[in-house]
Design a protein around this ligand. Structure first.
Ligand code: FES
Length: 151
């Protein structure tokens, strides 16, 4: 809640047209838009919580759940897209049972990860995986699950 208060202090005496920048700042600080954040923003801007939620849920950029333990970023930059990152993303979602957020994993498409010469690229937490194939994607998920299942 301290982080949310800090953001709101930066928007003292601001009106509802600052709703999106406020939500962006909160998400960049805590990683998602929590119910507490929605309530605090509504109070701050003197608008209903339903309005805050309606605006936030309209935009794909806002997430309502924290990232999972393994945050998978699939590069959707031009170089990776040309090299098949869309199929990698689809495969990863398939491997997680059709979900983009599970207990262990969250998957998101992101812009260039800065390793275009090695496309397609994914990043899981701080680790890069380069020239990823569908088989590699399956192996990566399998090895993380095995690591988590180990006693
Ligand atoms: S386009 Fe994927 S790393 Fe740059």
């Amino acid at each position: 809640m301290t982080e949310i208060k800090t953001v709101l202090q930066d928007y003292q005496n601001r009106e509802r047209e600052y709703l999106i920048p406020i939500l962006q700042d909160i998400q960049s600080l805590i990683g998602f838009i929590s119910p507490d954040a929605i309530a605090a923003v509504a109070l701050h801007l003197k608008i209903p919580t339903s309005k805050v939620y309606a605006v936030a849920s309209f935009y794909d950029q806002f997430k309502f759940l924290p990232f999972a333990k393994y945050r998978i970023k699939v590069c959707n930059g031009t170089g990776c897209h040309i090299e098949g990152s869309g199929a990698i993303y689809d495969e990863l979602v398939k491997l997680l049972g059709g979900e983009t957020r599970t207990e262990l994993f969250s998957i998101e498409r992101v812009q260039c990860l800065g390793a275009c010469g090695n496309a397609p690229v994914i990043k899981i937490n701080d680790k890069f995986y380069i020239a990823v194939t569908l088989e590699m994607a399956a192996d990566i998920i399998k090895s993380i699950k095995a690591l988590e299942d180990a006693p």
